[in-house]
Design a protein around this ligand. Structure first.
Ligand SMILES: [Fe+2]
Length: 387
């Protein structure tokens, strides 16, 4: 029962659909916000069809705003502090994160510090703080689902690791028009991140019918729309469906969390500075094979939502292989390149085993692995996805 309670706490009120970005200003006015800080990255800040639309919505509703555009990938705690200082100096009473997971997550952490003392580290995995001003989230990619989760992933510059303050957004505004024309590479990477969130959540230690339904249907939407969006970046129907997919999956994985694939993927990203979505796509096929040994029914569910056919009496090993190969094929369809093209060699990949076992997703892997078993699996990750 506690999981269902947690499920409802996880989500926030959400506007979904083309044109919904207009709601930023309307909702800000309704909540009594008079000056908003837009938290974004330097590239999006210049985009008329992205941040420009958020500004217009605020202007149309007579709301002042300032732009904090210093967010980069894997936002540093030091940038969060800079954002806090800027927001306080400008006396804003509302925040809106506009971007991918980095900008949305940074907005959440800045919001905590608006009404609570530093350091940010005291709010890692904690709800023990005073509520801040309203924080809205406007996703511009379709991968993280961060607009509906209470995770704010921040790079701790003292410990040199990623940490997670908790903060639930007050409002999510998911306007797929902001993603029309997104480049193919970014579309594929963020889409595969969403796929990994869904498949790992469905095969994790805990099963929850609600999150299975959200993540499972999200996988079906990804299968049916990601290749189209990669080939035709302006295809509205595909973009609209991907926005729904990443939001549904975010609501699901935000509750139950990822396991082995993200433990490996996050460490590949940390070691080789490859983008998060691609780093987490590479280990996903092997993660399904690994999961099928102890969780065959859950892997069958992933297969079902992918639209795969298999005999009723299929072995655990075989269903793992089937799903693994189907995901690899799908990765080829959306043009995910192999690790060798990013300068990663097989021995180097096997060498990350120690840090994988320290990753924050490692404790929730569904079946224990020894270090030699993990090293063997990492070798399989490398060998199983070639160009
Ligand atoms: Fe992810």
């Amino acid at each position: 029962m506690s999981y269902y309670t947690n499920f409802y706490e996880q989500t926030c009120y959400t506007y979904m659909g083309p044109g919904s970005v207009k709601q930023v200003g309307i909702s800000a006015k309704e909540k009594g916000i008079t000056k908003m800080m837009i938290v974004t990255d330097p590239f999006l800040a210049k985009q008329e069809n992205v941040v420009g639309k958020v500004k217009k919505s605020l202007e149309d509703n007579g709301i002042e705003y300032v732009v904090f555009d210093k967010i980069n990938v894997d936002p540093l705690d030091t940038i969060v502090y800079e954002g806090e200082e800027f927001a306080k100096a400008e006396k804003v009473n509302g925040l809106v994160g506009v971007g991918g997971g980095s900008s949305m997550d940074a907005a959440k952490s800045i919001d905590i510090l608006m009404t609570n003392p530093r350091p940010l580290s005291q709010y890692y995995y904690s709800w023990d703080y005073k509520p801040g001003p309203p924080v809205f989230e406007v996703p511009t990619t379709t991968g993280t689902g961060s607009e509906n989760t209470y995770y704010s992933v921040i790079s701790d510059t003292t410990l040199n690791v990623k940490k997670v303050p908790l903060k639930k957004p007050d409002l999510a505004i998911c306007d797929p028009e902001l993603t029309y024309g997104l480049p193919a590479g970014l579309t594929a990477a963020t889409g595969m991140d969403a796929f990994a969130h869904a498949a790992e959540t469905m095969t994790g230690m805990i099963q929850c019918a609600l999150t299975d339904a959200l993540c499972g249907f999200g996988i079906t939407l990804l299968m049916n729309n990601l290749p189209t969006a990669v080939e035709q970046p302006d295809n509205k129907e595909a973009r609209d469906n991907l926005m729904i997919a990443s939001n549904l999956i975010g609501r699901g994985f935000g509750v139950m969390g990822c396991h082995l694939g993200h433990a490996i993927g996050q460490c590949i990203g940390a070691r080789y500075h490859t983008t998060h979505g691609i780093s987490c796509a590479w280990p996903l096929p092997a993660t399904m094979e690994y999961s099928a040994i102890s969780e065959p029914e859950k892997v069958k569910m992933v297969a079902d939502y992918m639209g795969l056919k298999y005999p009723e009496n299929i072995s655990n090993e075989r269903i793992g292989k089937l799903v693994s190969e189907a995901i690899s094929d799908f990765m080829h369809v959306v043009h995910i390149k192999p690790m060798s093209e990013y300068g990663i060699d097989r021995d180097g990949l096997i060498g990350i085993a120690d840090i994988v076992m320290e990753d924050n997703c490692w404790p929730v892997i569904p079946r224990e692995l020894t270090k030699p078993e993990l090293e063997e699996l990492l070798g399989k990750v490398y060998d199983s996805y070639q160009g």
